[in-house]
Design a protein around this ligand. Structure first.
Ligand SMILES: [Fe+2]
Length: 152
């Protein structure tokens, strides 16, 4: 896949995840006083597929492309950490999906503070992860604007 298309798709996955984080933040902010149970159900359905699709694209297309076109050894530690964060975020997304689904189906919210803390832990982590990728990986697809040289 040409690198401009890889960049576009990577950014598209980031946009979808940024939007998901905004929705999760709105739910966290609304707890415990007002809960949009329909939105909880929709998020329960969306969060795992959203992060999973992004991770699959990055691990099967973006990371291998960067490894082929840059100093692979210098990259490897960073990519390994990102892969590990993907795995952690997917596990976290599944857990949150169960929690949001329970709330969405009308379950009691006795532990609003804990749920809010879980939601924030997840979207803060996803945002940090994407910020790292945006700062360190995506510019490698566009070496002219980043000032970095990448062999093609
Ligand atoms: Fe990622």
């Amino acid at each position: 896949m040409p690198k401009d298309l890889i960049a576009q798709e990577a950014q598209s996955h980031h946009r979808k995840q940024h939007f998901m984080c905004l929705r999760l933040e709105a739910v966290a902010d609304a707890l415990p006083a007002s809960i949009d149970r329909q939105e909880c159900l929709l998020l329960a359905r969306d969060i795992y597929p959203t992060v999973k699709a992004a991770h699959e694209f990055e691990e099967s297309v973006l990371f291998p492309h960067l490894q082929r076109n840059a100093d692979a050894r210098a990259l490897e530690d960073g990519l390994e950490r990102l892969r590990f964060e993907h795995w952690e975020d997917e596990a976290y997304a599944e857990e949150l999906s169960d929690t949001l689904s329970r709330i969405g189906r009308g379950g009691p919210v006795r532990d609003a503070e804990k749920i809010s803390w879980m939601l924030r832990g997840f979207f803060d982590g996803v945002r940090r992860h994407m910020a790292f990728e945006a700062e360190h990986l995506l510019p490698m697809l566009n070496p002219i604007s980043s000032g970095e040289r990448v062999a093609t």
